[in-house]
Design a binder for this molecule. Sequence first.
Ligand code: UDX
Length: 466
Amino acid sequence: EGHAAVAVAGAARRRVLFFPLPFQGHISPMFHLAGVLHARGFAVTVFYPDFFNAPDPSRHPAFDFVPDGIPPDVAAAGRVAETILAMNAAMEREGASPSVREVLTSVIAADEVGQPPVACLIIDTHLLAVQKAAAGLGLPTLVLRTGGAACLRCFLAYDMLLEKGYLPPKESHLYEPVKELPPLRVRDLVHTDDEMVFKILARIAETVRNSKGVVINTFEELEPIELEQLCGELTNNGAATMLAVGPLHKLSSINTGSSLNLRPDQDCIKWLDKQAMGSVLYVSFGSLASLEYGEFMEVAHGLEKSDHPFLWVVRPDLLRGIDGFEDRVEEVLLDGFEDRVEGKGKIVQWAPQQEVLAHHAVGGFWTHCGWNSVLESIGEGPMICMPQFADQIINTRYVQAVWGAGFDLEGKLDREKITKAIRKLMSEKEGAEMKRKVGELKNRVAHCLKSNGSSQIAMDKLVHYI
Ligand code: UDX
């Protein structure tokens, strides 16, 4: 209730527009932020794609939804990086119908027909095209960074990293520290000679610097140094303010379900209910990461050999290059894997992850270290980290070297290594120490969420600022 008082007088007559990037790891935090601001009295309009990863508007009756106008061919762009650039290009394309400018204009014009007037637009950091269109219409933009502060600090430093010769990386320097960005090493940076990725990083920097403020899904007690540096840099170079309001999933109970049209499998909770306390390893590689057939088989055999109960999320598109995989897990595994692990292992296509991580039977998480997964696991259980791309590598470094909440399963996947890692996490002294660190992190999360905690104060500031 303390916070109801902070809802700005008249906020009920103001509308905030939300423009997420249509991927699960970006949609969820944006919806959580929308949920919090709605609870503080703002009207909410969400732009959503109707061609892929569309959230289901009927699950969110309090929000208004407006199609984002992005044409369906963008969905076929391929990799995430390609999709992001194709989406922006489609929105900027001359003669596009409707252009993003038209989409925004139609919502602003709704003010005249009795809708609450628009206060601002909150966009994902990947949507420079939307920001440019909004600027042309005099609509102020805030940016929601769905990843962590360490990662954003690193992304903003790419010019420096290239200038100082850290990038492109030399094989012999991979384990050298990047002394400007401790505790990162050269190998933790986004390694690529791919122009497309640099373009994306440069666009993120431009979007962030041109915004009226950056809202970031992390919290003071988790990344204090990184936030301080970021704040100094951003507020001196463009963005007017920076507010750490995370972990957003703890501030809002909105459930976005799955943008992949998969239902979270609630049976796995019943299955977990039957398992011993802290005995189950939860295995999930998020919504985008995928495995080669050989890697998939090593994971399966490693899990089986570890002799620990496991709950494994096998998304229909987890295995690269095998269509219709969802109906053929057993066939792909060939050798009766599901029969052999019957009772000891459970496979689902999509899990209610937050519920799973909070379940008393779950003792550890084997994760790809997407930022949402890391935030959800902090305070719940220790992690085996298997990063694949982008921020996942930086997140892994922090989980291991800064928070002591897990370790990196470095190198090529093989079943022996996997089995050893699972045992280390679930039944050895090192794992127990990581569990203890996670307990400390849980206290830090609780602290930032108290009514005078850092994230609540930041959220109050955001409400006033809007
Ligand atoms: C992507 C990038 O991969 C990641 O690096 C970046 O930080 C965010 O965008 P994604 O792969 O989707 O993220 O991973 P993550 O950020 O962990 O988000 C996945 C979300 O899906 C989590 O909120 C998780 O709870 C949810 N999830 C995943 C489920 O609810 N059920 C599942 O079975 C698997």
